[in-house]
Design a protein around this ligand. Structure first.
Ligand code: PMP
Length: 411
């Protein structure tokens, strides 16, 4: 059991009031709050060893380089990557996926080839592939949804054909919370000689991730959704792939030797980190990983399952609510998307805000999925380690208040 009261003390922002009400922060799928330990790591870097990395011949530069590379090692261990060289720091999940679509994609996808996605992609794992397909004359196909909003994997072995080159999928849907069987999907892709990329933006912060057990080729996620700062993303890739792939951006740091005629590339992973990286935020991300490790990812997952189940149960008591995603908490992460019959999700979000409750309302960067579900958007509450059942109660009361306000009813 998480000691949520103790955890909450580490998050200064949770003490603030919004419109005179205590903040109830339920927009964790968009970005998480940051504990004091992460904020302190940022301040410590800027106050005591701020310097550029890798090239410095002075003490500060060496300390900064060591801290930056230590953070990479911690990220590698966190997802059980075989070595730190398999970890490339990017700006976010979006950039990590674009890196793969531009480098691996441009070299390996040709006219008539096919890229396999799912109907529940975030735009981050959709637009880069659509653009690649348009440029190359390839096609994009989608694995559909069943009525319970899990992927329809009937006949999975037949979805691959000789022209399928890449299968990319979300580990956990940001709009519905559905957890996808990525081990099975990546395994099936591998059996058919197809590459796999897992968008782990909603999984790495919330559950134990083992990229070697999943056996995918690429795995992407963002620091800011897992207690870390904004501006840092992670691309894990199998070593051989990073060795083979051409660089993404060109400039300083990613080169070995440069002449007026051309250049050779640095070793991995630095070949993919052109220019001065986001040193401070990567180091603070290391502190976020320490914080999560101290709690334990199994504990994080257990807490979120409990709170999600409670939220589904309490929201489910409202007669005119529509809940999305699988009902079985084993099959879903800490995301609860809902609509209240005739209310617009933005109206719900606005009333909730006045109660101090921060949720997200809209299409959640999954417009095709919303169309597939037949809605323009949903209201989405998403949980993390510091959320409590009492906060779920505040959410439910605020949803009731929204109903009352817009319908002028007394229910
Ligand atoms: N994929 C999923 C499933 C997400 O939830 C998000 C963030 N909403 C992203 C990708 C993109 O993450 P970022 O904005 O950090 O690039």
């Amino acid at each position: 059991m998480l000691d949520v009261a103790r955890i909450r003390k580490d998050f200064p922002i949770l003490d603030r009031m919004v419109y005179g009400k205590p903040l109830v922060y339920l927009d964790n799928a968009a970005t998480s709050q940051k504990p004091r330990q992460v904020i302190d790591a940022l301040v410590r870097y800027y106050e005591t060893y701020n310097a550029n990395i890798h090239r410095a011949v002075h003490c500060l530069g060496e300390e900064a380089t060591a801290a930056y590379e230590e953070a990479r090692a911690r990220v590698a261990a966190f997802i059980n990557a075989p070595s730190p060289e398999c970890i490339v720091f990017t700006r976010n999940t979006t950039e990590a996926i674009n890196l793969v679509a531009y480098t691996w994609g441009r070299a390996n996808v040709s006219e008539g080839d096919e890229i396999l996605l799912t109907e529940m992609e975030h735009h981050s794992n959709l637009i880069p592939w659509q653009r690649l397909a348009q440029d190359k004359g390839a096609t994009v196909r989608y694995i559909g949804l069943r009525d319970d909003q899990t992927l329809d994997l009937n006949g999975l072995e037949n979805v691959f054909d000789a022209r399928t080159k890449m299968m990319a999928m979300p580990h956990v849907s940001n709009s519905m919370g559905t957890i996808n069987p990525v081990e099975k999907l990546a395994g099936e892709a591998r059996r058919h000689g197809v590459m796999s990329l897992v968008d782990g933006a909603q999984a790495a912060p919330h559950m134990k991730v083992d990229v070697q057990a999943i056996n995918c080729d690429f795995y992407a996620f963002s620091a800011h959704k897992m207690l870390g700062p904004t501006g840092v993303g992670v691309l894990y890739a199998r070593r051989e792939l990073l060795e083979e792939m051409e660089p993404f951006l060109g400039g300083g740091e990613m080169i070995r030797k440069v002449t007026f005629e051309g250049a050779t590339w640095n070793d991995i992973p630095w070949k993919f980190e052109a220019g001065t990286p986001n040193i401070a935020d990567v180091i603070a991300f290391g502190a976020a990983i320490d914080y999560l490790n101290e709690i334990g990812m199994d504990e994080v997952r257990a807490h979120e399952m409990e709170i999600t189940e409670y939220a589904l149960q309490q929201l489910g008591k409202l007669d005119d609510i529509i809940l999305y995603g699988p009902r079985d908490s084993q099959q879903r992460g800490g995301v609860v998307s809902f609509n209240v019959a005739d209310l617009h999700p933005h109206d719900i979000g606005t009333v909730l805000d006045r109660h101090g409750v921060a949720i997200r309302a809209g299409h959640h960067c999954t417009q095709p999925l919303m169309r597939r579900l037949g809605v323009s958007g949903t209201a989405r509450a998403s949980f993390y380690i510091y959320n409590t059942p009492q906060e779920v109660d505040v959410l439910v009361e605020a949803v009731k208040a929204a109903r009352k306000f817009f319908r002028n009813d007394t229910a």
